[in-house]
Design a protein around this ligand. Structure first.
Ligand code: 13P
Length: 261
């Protein structure tokens, strides 16, 4: 049986400048050290805004903190006349392990469609960065197509044509659950995450599907994380709002200690 190391990822979105970013990471590190948290049990990653990454990298590497870090987006291009965009090559030089791709806020604010998401996924892999591919349905999609159809279609489009043995992470984030305080139920998350794993098995291989972490995101907090993590196909969380509070984020990371009533 494959054991997937859970991944708790904090997507800061457009919050924290580089000074606050450093103070925040230090605080989470202190809280987790006090709690004798073991990174071998759970992988923790933060996703700061571009302008913070160098500072976060320097802190994590110089203090030997056991956090991974990544970017919230990348360009599908390597270089050239693309004002405002950031290449995967630059992110790799900052040692980014991950990059979030296709977050619903980017699909909405920047009109990123499945084609762009697929191109960005390929760009990340080309530069040796693990893509965290976000998929999820709106409440209108949910009503019209049910829970799985839209995220499954989005994932199929994103991974078409990538190397069959690529390391990817998938995040199922129902749009209606993001920032709403209304998380999906663990059963809803499990159903969709299982459907997403089946797509990976079909398009890539059963072996890759078994090894791939599939995260749930959308109003995750310390009070509900353990119930999601109990589900067989949920391997972690992509946390937005609750990842901006050091104590709360540290509590989420320590979900294996939670007792579920
Ligand atoms: P919230 O945790 O604030 O609902 O955001 C989820 C999200 O969009 C993470 O990428």
């Amino acid at each position: 049986m494959v054991v997937r190391r859970p991944l708790i990822a904090g997507n800061w979105k457009m919050n924290f400048d580089h000074l606050r970013a450093v103070a925040f990471v230090q605080k989470v590190a202190w809280v987790l050290k006090d709690a004798k948290f073991s990174a071998s049990e759970v992988e923790v990653s933060v996703f700061p805004p571009f302008t913070d990454i160098r500072s976060v990298q320097t802190l994590i590497e110089s203090d030997g903190l056991s956090f991974a870090f990544g970017a919230q987006d990348l360009s599908q291009f390597d270089d050239g006349p693309h004002t405002g965009d950031i290449s995967g090559e630059f992110l790799k030089k900052l040692n980014c392990r991950y990059v979030i791709i296709g977050h619903s806020e980017r699909r909405q604010d920047h009109h990123e469609d499945d084609e762009v998401v697929a191109a960005k996924t390929k760009a990340a892999l080309k530069h040796g960065i693990v893509p965290v591919i976000c998929v999820g349905e709106t409440s209108a999609d949910l009503e019209e197509f049910g829970a799985s159809a839209v995220p499954v279609g989005q994932l199929r489009a994103a991974i078409a044509g990538i190397p069959g043995d690529a390391e990817i992470v998938v995040a199922y984030e129902p749009v209606w659950a993001i920032g709403s305080g209304q998380a999906a139920t663990p059963q809803q998350a499990q159903t969709v995450c299982a459907a997403l794993r089946a797509v990976i098995a079909e398009v890539m291989s059963q072996e890759v599907a078994d090894a791939t972490r599939i995260l749930y995101g959308g109003s995750v907090k310390s009070g509900n994380i353990a119930s999601f993590m109990r589900e067989k196909d949920v391997d972690g969380a992509l946390v937005g709002g609750a990842s901006l509070d050091a104590e709360e984020f540290a509590k989420i990371v320590q979900f294996p200690k939670h007792v579920i009533a």
